[in-house]
Design a protein around this ligand. Sequence first.
Ligand SMILES: [Zn+2]
Length: 373
Amino acid sequence: MSSELGQSITEHADGAVGPHLPPLSEVLDQCRGRLYRRLSELISLEQLCRQAGDWVSTRTEALIDVDDYRLPVVSICIGEPTKARCCLLLTGGIHGVERIGTQVLLAWLESVIERCRWDSHWRQQFQEDVAIVALPIVNPGGMLKDWRSNPRHVDLNRHAPINAEDKVPFLVGGQRLWRKLPWHRGHFEQEVEAEFLALQNVIDRYSSPQRPMLAVDLHSGFGFRDHLWIPYAYRREPIEDIGSYMALKLLWERNFPHHNYAFGPQSMHYLSHGDMWDYFHRRGTQQGHTLLPLTLEMGSWLWVKKHPRQLFSFAGLFNPTVPHRHARVLRSHLVLLDFLLAAIRNPDSWIVSGERDRHMQQIAQTLWYRNLP
Ligand SMILES: [Zn+2]
């Protein structure tokens, strides 16, 4: 392994699910110089792992061939997710053009790792209480090309084998008309996309009936404000775990009453086919696992409104381009992510059952679902 940049990178020891591929540094040795301009996020990710030393372990989950590059889908762990009591799973860059999600995630991981160096209480939680598993760039080929889809023109978040039960917006909800149009679903039944499979392997490796997992998937591009979306995308009726989601929302609002997120079901905005988190949640439930996904959808229309010239750059529709705004976005989600880490570390505070679950379900029903037929 090359260590010319300083410290070496620790690899995951646990290998149960997924292929054995060369480590991150070895993969990047082939193309590091060329990536600085086109995919600096991957370089930042490698640097973060080097600087973290033993705090972080990494694994190459898949290799994606695009143009003359071979790009890794990398997972990183803080703590030991096969032993921890609970797990926070974080994903970014599922849509390659939404770089800001990856950048926010890397900024938070950096602060988590930095705090491990001096705060013994903070560090202790990763001994056995909780583990963080992050895939900051799920779709490196799409990000290299500044595409929403992966290099094979498949929208990874329309790819899962689930059809919406109601009308979806034309094209945007997922389509199989033409591969080169955005939102193409691909053909899961014939060939599962490598990036999708990589994420599924990570979930399978670290899921267990005894280990609740909260997943946060970072996106950008929808609306004027930041949304925290509760599944499902395929139907309007509430998800089975809506009581726990409601309890989580109330816990968040009691602690941060002045927050500015719109926290509610995605189905209130639009439905779509093939949502990966619908699929992973339902699959987890069938296996007796608790996997509760959330999507953080950072509203980019405000960035565009304040800086209309962004309209002329495709990436500008999904990412803040003015430096002070970019910095503001990087810092504005740190509190939320800290909170979600604390929340999954204390699952009994909000993962509800029995009478409390019924009570929370009623509140959710009144707040979000009273107009359902
Ligand atoms: Zn997205």
